[in-house]
Design a protein around this ligand. Structure first.
Ligand code: 13P
Length: 235
């Protein structure tokens, strides 16, 4: 069964998030595993409104320390106190704009997993790396820093496919996922311009265990269509 996660990025404050959750909880998701990842300020309302449903709530980032002088950061313990189920770590936008590295992303994953959070750890090559023929080296390096855990899922998000409308072909995704799984045997979901019209083909591939959806997770109709595509595949 596929995992479909919606990464809302810096969209939907508490009022908009509440409106989305009220509509989401009325939907038949076909038994697929669904996670929404709102900004920090909207986590509490999502946890509250999705309690008792099949939909889990995860943060978009988490710090590696439990507490401390780390302005602007939030710890796993704080997320758990709020009733949050998991967190994304190492998203390429964190790496690109906020200085996260393979090392800090792995630290965040380790701390979150040991605190008991479910973790979606993002990996993926840039366009330059793909064109330079080093995709495999990059993925091996990023994945080898992570440790196996029942609560760990890896998201393969080729950086050149994020928010660009360029999607990796199902063959490219399958090849990258197989490589990742040869390094670490955990579920691997695909992210990068997943839309209702390409979700089914991607999710039908044997190594594609779900999707991490950005833009198309912001509208209920397109998010639901992707969830249903996930429910109809056997991965
Ligand atoms: P888009 O689906 O908007 O390309 O974003 C992908 C992503 O970054 C999900 O984390």
């Amino acid at each position: 069964m596929a995992l479909i996660a919606g990464n809302w990025k810096m969209y939907k404050g508490p009022a908009e998030a509440a409106e989305f959750c009220l509509r989401l909880r009325e939907q038949d998701l076909g038994g697929v595993d669904v996670v929404v990842c709102p900004p920090y300020v909207s986590l509490a309302v999502c946890v509250q409104l999705l309690a008792g449903t099949e939909v889990a709530v995860a943060a978009q980032n988490v710090h590696w320390e439990q507490e401390g002088a780390y302005t602007g950061e939030v710890s796993a313990a704080m997320l758990l106190e709020l009733g949050v189920y998991g967190a994304i770590v190492g998203h390429s936008e964190r790496r690109q704009y906020f200085g996260d590295t393979d090392g800090t992303s792995a630290e965040r994953a380790r701390a979150a997993l040991s605190a008991g959070l479910f973790v979606i750890a993002c990996v993926g090559e840039t366009e330059e790396e793909r064109e330079g023929g080093v995709t495999e080296d990059v993925l091996r390096r990023q994945v080898s820093l992570l440790e196996p855990d029942d609560n760990l899922v890896i998201a393969y998000e080729p950086v050149w496919a994020i928010g660009t409308g360029k999607t990796a072909t199902p063959d490219m995704a399958q090849e990258a996922h197989a490589l990742i799984k040869s390094v670490l045997d955990v579920p691997v979901i695909y992210g990068g311009s997943v839309k209702p019209d390409n979700a089914e083909e991607l999710l039908a591939r044997p190594h594609v265990d779900g999707a991490l959806v950005g833009g198309a997770s912001l509208e209920l109709d397109s998010f639901i269509a992707i969830c249903r595509a996930g429910a109809s595949t056997n991965s």
